[in-house]
Design a protein around this ligand. Structure first.
Ligand code: FUL
Length: 492
C-alpha cells in the first residue's frame, strides 16, 4: 500500500523532486505467492540439501537389519567408539547434519532413558555410563553441523507395544530426546510398523492401525512445543516426506507439494504419490531421499565390498538434490563405533568431484538480459540470477508467466552442468523450462525439464561450448521467480 501511495502522480508532483526520487527508488511490490508455501523451518531444512543418517544399535553386533527386541543390552559394546571421527567424516563429505537412530525397531536405546532398562546403561560399553546420543550431538556441535534423532515408533522390545500405555512411554522418550540434547534440526518418524516381536517376553504378533494408534497430531505437538524449528519426517510429513523408495532417487518431476485430500493420506502416512508429489497440492511437504551407502542400513562386514562407488553416489546426488529434494545418506558405524575406511574412501571420491564441479560458476561476469522484468529493473533484475545470493531473484510482471533470460558470457565457455533454483518463499511456480545455447548463429536447445523448486541440476551427457545461453520458462502458474541460473563443469 505504501508503494502505491508514493507512486500516486499528483501527490509526487506536490511533494517535489525529493519525493520523486523516493518514488523511483521504492521497490516494486513482490508478486503474490502461489499455492502452499514453505514455513521458515522448512526453508532452513531445504537449505541443508545434504545430510546423513547413522544406523547404530545392537544390530551392528548381531549382524541383523531388524532386531527382534530380545537382544541383551550387553551385546552393545563398540571397541573404539569415536563420535568425532564419525562427525568429521560426515562433515568432510559435505553433510550439513546427522540423524542418529536413538532407538531402532529392536527398542534398544542409545541413551540412558529413565523409562527403560533396555539401553546403554546396561551395556558394558563405558561401564554402563555411556550415552551415544550425547556424544554424537556434542560432536556435531563441536564440528558445526546439525543434529537430529530417529526414534522408531515400532518397538519390538516393549511390553506395552500395541496398547495405549505405549504411547505414554514413546512420548516420554521423545521428551527426553527433545530436551536433553540441544537444538535438533529434525525428528525422523519411521513408517515401519507392527508385526512379531519380543514385547516383554510375549513373543507374539501385534498389529496396529497406523492411521490411529500413534495419535500423531498430538505427538507432533510435543515436538512443536519443545523444538519449534525441528522439521519432522514421516511418510507424508508434516514437514518433509518420504520419496517412496530407499534408493535415494526422487521422481522427475518432484514437486514440493502434496494434496493431503488424496485417498490414503493420513497424519504420518500415505500409500502413494510420494515420489513425484502433487501439484498444486494443499500443503508444502517436500521430499527427502534416504539411502544407505551400503546395501543395508546397519554395518555388516559381509557388505564391505558393496560400498557405493563415488560415481554411484554422484548419480544419487543429481537425482535427489538435483531434483529439489534433500539427500539423507546413511553411514553405518562399524563394531568399533567408527565409519569404515572403505566408506570414507567412497565419500572422499564423491566429494572431490562435487567440489571440483561447483567451486566455479561460469556465469561470473556475464551480462544478463530478460524478455520481461517486474517493476524497477534493479529489484528483480535478471542479474539477480547470477549474483550467488539465494535471497535475490528475477521475476516478471503479473501478466507474464513465460519469459526468458539471456546470459552473454564473458567469453566462450564449456559447461556440462546447469543449476537452477526457484525463490521458494513465493511457492513452487514453474512447471517447465528449457535452456538453449547460441550455436552457429542460432539458438539450439540443450536441456529441458519440469519442476525446479529448491534446486534443479541438469547434467548434460556432453559438454556445451558457447558464449551465450538462454533460460526459457515455458510454463508457470504465476510470474516465475528464479533465484539462480549457474553453469558448471563436472570433471569426467
Ligand atoms: C525403514 C526401517 O525399517 C529401516 O530399518 C531403516 O531404519 C530405514 C531408514 O527405514 O523403514
Amino acid at each position: 500500500m505504501r508503494h502505491r501511495f508514493l507512486r500516486s502522480a499528483p501527490l509526487i508532483a506536490a511533494l517535489g523532486v525529493a519525493s520523486t526520487w523516493l518514488a523511483l527508488a521504492a521497490p516494486a511490490p513482490a508478486p503474490q505467492p502461489f499455492g502452499p508455501l514453505p514455513t521458515p523451518r522448512q526453508l532452513q531444512w531445504h537449505a541443508m540439501e545434504f545430510y546423513g543418517f547413522l544406523h547404530f544399535t545392537v544390530n551392528t553386533f548381531t549382524d541383523k537389519e531388524w532386531g527382534y527386541g530380545d537382544e541383551s543390552p550387553t551385546l552393545f559394546n563398540p571397541t573404539d567408539f569415536d563420535a568425532d571421527q564419525i562427525v568429521r567424516v560426515a562433515k568432510e563429505a559435505g553433510m550439513k547434519g546427522l540423524i542418529l537412530t536413538a532407538k531402532h525397531h529392536d527398542g534398544f536405546c542409545l541413551w540412558p532413558s529413565k523409562f527403560t532398562e533396555h539401553s546403554v546403561k546396561n551395556s558394558p560399553w563405558k561401564g554402563g555410563k555411556g550415552d551415544v546420543v550425547r556424544e554424537v550431538s556434542d560432536a556435531c556441535q563441536r564440528h558445526g553441523i546439525r543434529f537430529g534423532v530417529y526414534l522408531s515408533p515400532w518397538d519390538r522390545n516393549h511390553k506395552d507395544y500395541g496398547r495405549p500405555e505405549y504411547l505414554t512411554y514413546y512420548r516420554n522418550q521423545l521428551r527426553e530426546l527433545l530436551t536433553q540434547y540441544g537444538e535438533l534440526f529434525t525428528v525422523w518418524f519411521d513408517g515401519a510398523n507392527g508385526g512379531d516381536g519380543f514385547y516383554g517376553g510375549a513373543r507374539e504378533k501385534r498389529q496396529i492401525d497406523n492411521t490411529t494408534f500413534y495419535d500423531w497430531p498430538n505427538t507432533w505437538n510435543i515436538v512443536r512445543e519443545l523444538q519449534p524449528m525441528a522439521s519432522m519426517f514421516s511418510d507424508a510429513g508434516p514437514d518433509f516426506r518420504w520419496v517412496g523408495n530407499e534408493r535415494g532417487i526422487a521422481g522427475d518431476p518432484c514437486w514440493a507439494t502434496l494434496d493431503m485430500t488424496q485417498p490414503g493420506r493420513h497424519p504420518g502416512g500415505s500409500s502413494n504419490g510420494l515420489t513425484s508429489g502433487e501439484r498444486p497440492g494443499t500443503a508444502w511437504i517436500p521430499a527427502e531421499c534416504d539411502v544407505s551407502i551400503r546395501p543395508g542400513w546397519f554395518y555388516h562386514a559381509s557388505e564391505d565390498a558393496k560400498v557405493k562407488t563415488p560415481a554411484q553416489l554422484l548419480d544419487i546426488y543429481y537425482q535427489s538434490v538435483g531434483r529439489g529434494a534433500c539427500l539423507n545418506l546413511n553411514l553405518p558405524p562399524d563394531r568399533r563405533g567408527r565409519i569404515h575406511d572403505l566408506d570414507i574412501a567412497a565419500l572422499r571420491g564423491f566429494r572431490q568431484v562435487l567440489d571440483a564441479t561447483f567451486a566455479k560458476d561460469l556465469t561470473e561476469g556475464a551480462q544478463a538480459t530478460a524478455s520481461n522484468t517486474r517493476g524497477s529493473a534493479k529489484d528483480y533484475a535478471p542479474a539477480n540470477l547470477i549474483d550467488q545470493q539465494r535471497a535475490s531473484f528475477w521475476t516478471t510482471d503479473d501478466s507474464v508467466h513465460s519469459a526468458e533470460v539471456t546470459l552473454q558470457l564473458k567469453d566462450s565457455k564449456a559447461f556440462n552442468v546447469i543449476s537452477l533454483r526457484e525463490h521458494l518463499p513465493l511457492g513452487q511456480r514453474i512447471e517447465a523450462f528449457a535452456v538453449d545455447q547460441w550455436a552457429g548463429g542460432q539458438w539450439v536447445e540443450c536441456a529441458q525439464g519440469t519442476s525446479i523448486g529448491n534446486r534443479r541440476l541438469v547434467r548434460l551427457s556432453a559438454s556445451v561450448t558457447t558464449d551465450r545461453v538462454r533460460l526459457r520458462i515455458t510454463r508457470a502458474s504465476a510470474p516465475p521467480a528464479v533465484a539462480e541460473f549457474a553453469l558448471h563443469v563436472e570433471p569426467r
